[in-house]
Ligand binder design. Sequence first.
Ligand code: IMP
Ligand code: MG
Length: 209
Amino acid sequence: MRRAVAGITKSPVDHYLIQAVKMQPYNEILAETLIDPETLQKRVAELGAEISRDYAGADGPLLLICVLRGGVPFLVDLMRHITVPHMLDFMAISSYGSGVRESSGDVRLTMDLMTNIHDKHVLLVEDIIDSGNTIASLLGLLETRQPKSLKVCALLDKAERREAVVPVHYCGFTIPNKFVFGYGLDLDEYYRNLPFIGVVDLKKYKPGP
Ligand code: IMP
Ligand code: MG
């Protein structure tokens, strides 16, 4: 570990360690805590209960599709409050690269589902809907595969930034137009592990190497 930090060895793992060690502590760039862990968990439990009620007795299996990577902590907590039988699958997309804070609407599918969604009740689990371009493009793609139903569950909704008209059937919190991090949401891929949603002070943020 010490050798890696000093930059003596150059394996991919060491490179990761060097970057991680140089990461700014989150409190240096935290402008405010927008949603604390207790409030988050309470709302996630409510959403799970609502989804369980709505899909109870559904005429077919429920498939939760998590959009990697930001949706992971939300999915993991949410599924533990969903009491109806369900399956999981994952897909990955990239809408903008490191250092760019707005999605272009030019969404690239980087990892497809393992499951055939034809005739299944699909619930897409997302971390945040901002312009709506990402989810609009995903919904378009999934609809071509003819699921029995297709709904959206988003933890956060930056409603005032919306460009594409998208349905949000389950929404955790509507938030103001501020760049946020934590609980799955990243700043250049880091800070996804924070147990709360914080507003980033971009003026204080120094991107790593
Ligand atoms: P949209 O296509 O503009 O709706 O962008 C959606 C995607 O942008 C989300 O799935 C996130 O990955 C990312 N995103 C949007 N706003 C934020 C933010 O405030 N913090 C971190 N990621 C964000
Ligand atoms: Mg996302």
